[in-house]
Design a protein around this ligand. Sequence first.
Ligand SMILES: Nc1nc2c(ncn2[C@@H]2O[C@H](COP(=O)(O)OP(=O)(O)O)[C@@H](O)[C@H]2O)c(=O)[nH]1
Ligand SMILES: [Mg+2]
Length: 222
Amino acid sequence: MSNLTLVIPAKNESQSLPQVLEELKIYDYKKLIVLKKNDIKTINSIKNFDCEILYQNNKGYGDALINGINNVKTKYFCIFNADGSFNPIEIDGMIKKLESDNLDLVFASRYQTNSGSEDDTIVTYIGNFIFTFLGNFFFSLNITDILYTFVLGKTENVANLNLIRKDFSFCVELPIKAKGKNLKLGSTSSFERKRIAGKKKVNAIKDGFLILKHMIYLYFKN
Ligand SMILES: Nc1nc2c(ncn2[C@@H]2O[C@H](COP(=O)(O)OP(=O)(O)O)[C@@H](O)[C@H]2O)c(=O)[nH]1
Ligand SMILES: [Mg+2]
């Protein structure tokens, strides 16, 4: 049986998620879909797939991921989007990197050699560049893509990080708290695909400010 669970946060993904699960059929990974109980359309769209569903306590991307990771029973977990933008073929390389370099967390990256994105806009590209710079400069994260959040890690070590951010600032809380606890972080190259269908939930301006505010908070808290 697989030692990896994919934690898949989903919000209004009835068009994309079935295709994502279809593509995942050839892999032996466990799948834990985290969504709200009232997201009936998405729930109905995946009825015939072999996956576990977890209803999140509150709302938000971070809330879904924290609930999800806390319910993973395998040695490893991987945050995996429901929109088709992550290519499952890359997961195996992430596990190999984690094991060969004895890391706690591997961050897939769109911004190093042999990588790229079909889903980036100029605004998200610049935003990510700035946040990655801040993460490396102020927190010594030494990663190349902070906001992508295609992350594979050791479940036990991450479940102990006391993650609390329920919104998209989870993206920076995870690496910063991991580094603060002396976990070992690394990166692998990734190619982000376009989302299959449906709408992007991130608002570049609103969520960008939320993320910046939380980074400043974490900097002065330590
Ligand atoms: N459960 C849950 N999932 C969410 C929420 N917001 C976004 N997601 C999921 O998180 C993933 C990333 O969101 P997306 O809109 O694609 O953001 P992007 O990848 O930055 O463009 C997708 O699988 C979404 O369905 C939320 O509030 N709750
Ligand atoms: Mg997306």
